[in-house]
Design a binder for this molecule. Structure first.
Ligand SMILES: [Zn+2]
Length: 403
């Protein structure tokens, strides 16, 4: 099971210079990779695969070599992910735009897998060979603002610059037996019709409607379509304009705002119910997740889902609530009462219907219950307590976002 802990870092002025350096290099690498991909696309209508891009183009690239190999790979993986979503989108909307360039001054997050260690309560980041030579430094040994001990094994570390401060998000692999079972556990499932559904082990459940986000999308998509058709009439060759960009940005901003309201609502609810642990499906690695494909085909982009989970994770950790992820595998296909997995289960009108035990339940609540069950299974606990979930309360975001 994975557990994330967020640490604030206390870099020295010298170290901060390096962090600044490395995160700007990540932005430059992202943009270089994007530039080459776009040029190839223009030339032959194809986007090079991640592997060939790495092998042929980036291997000897200046920026690529300045970052530790896995850090550099992660940057290019992220871009590949953005291209994959674009390809899916293009099938439905040929005017969809390829991934954008990052702003020059942006400090991109940098990830470490094997090139980081925690030694004597310090975070040690190894530098690449090229960086060592150019800057005469082997590694950065950063002080934590406050050290939080955990029994897990550190697996992944991401350095993030946020509002003038440096943070390390460290993901630990925690052995199930090492986690003390808390009584108050809440599970979350994310979806399109309902942005989120929560269930706790006292039987409370709540649904956060996705109507607002869908209506934001509907509203902007039709406006965008109108502007686009006008544009094509006037200038047949032009596909994009400042107005279109402005509308797209506005749409994304409003969706983000909506997601923030929902994640805030979930945390408020969790605090009220004295929840000690929040469990979510593991969607950290979208690339490997088959379960995601189906959802991705739906109207919302995968980023909304991961954004929401990230927000909940961040806010729960800041509120002192433990946040864990369990595998999402089959959680939407399994009946939460009898445990039968239906391969081709069809959800009608947001309801999950089980033919075996005639369970009829809100599909997202069913998903959340399965996530909770998966977590409880680690402790071989019967889930009798969550068998009967009361009718969920539906939460609608009341505050209307100005357009
Ligand atoms: Zn059933």
């Amino acid at each position: 099971m994975k557990q994330t802990i967020i640490y604030k870092l206390n870099p020295t002025i010298e170290q901060e210079k390096h962090l600044h350096n490395l995160t700007s290099i990540a932005t430059k690498l992202y943009n270089t990779d994007n530039y080459i991909r776009r040029a190839t696309w223009k030339k032959c209508g194809k986007i090079p695969s991640w592997y060939s891009q790495k092998k042929k183009v980036l291997k000897d690239n200046h920026w690529y070599k300045l970052l530790p190999s896995q850090t550099a790979q992660e940057v290019t993986h992220n871009l590949q992910g953005a291209y994959n979503s674009w390809f899916k989108l293009r099938k439905k909307d040929e005017k969809a735009r390829p991934p954008r360039f990052r702003k020059k001054e942006m400090l991109s997050p940098i990830s470490f897998y094997q090139q980081f260690k925690i030694i004597d309560d310090k975070l040690k980041l190894s530098m690449s060979l090229k960086y060592r030579k150019e800057h005469n430094i082997k590694s950065l040994e950063l002080n934590f603002n406050e050290w939080k001990k955990t029994s897990g094994i550190p697996k992944f570390c991401q350095i993030i610059f946020d509002k003038g401060k440096w943070f390390a998000h460290i993901v630990y692999e925690v052995e199930e037996t090492n986690i003390k079972l808390n009584r108050n556990i809440m599970a979350i499932d994310v979806g399109v019709i309902n942005t989120a559904a929560t269930v706790d082990n006292s039987g409370n459940s709540k649904i956060y409607s996705g109507k607002q986000i869908l209506s934001i999308q509907h509203y902007f998509n039709s406006r965008i379509a109108r502007v686009q058709s006008k544009l094509t009439k006037q200038y047949p060759k032009r596909k994009w304009s400042k107005t279109l960009q402005r509308l797209t940005d506005k749409k994304n901003r409003q969706i983000k705002q909506s997601l923030h309201t929902i994640s805030k609502g979930i945390i408020t609810q969790a605090k009220k119910s004295n929840i000690k642990t929040i469990v979510a499906g593991d969607i950290t690695d979208i690339r490997k997740d088959n379960n995601f494909g189906k959802r991705n085909n739906q109207k919302l982009h995968s980023w909304s889902f991961s954004k929401l989970i990230q927000q909940i994770e961040y806010k729960s950790i800041l509120s002192g609530i433990r946040f864990v992820r369990v595998s999402e595998m089959n959680t939407s296909k399994t009946c939460s009462i009898c445990g039968i997995i239906r391969k081709n289960s069809r959800v009608k009108r947001g309801l999950y219907r089980c033919k075996i035990c005639s369970n009829l339940i809100n599909a997202d609540i069913n998903g959340a219950k399965n996530i909770l069950k998966k977590y409880l299974q680690f402790f071989s606990i019967e889930d009798g307590s969550i068998g009967n979930v009361a009718m969920p309360l539906v939460s609608r975001i009341e505050n209307v976002i100005p357009r």
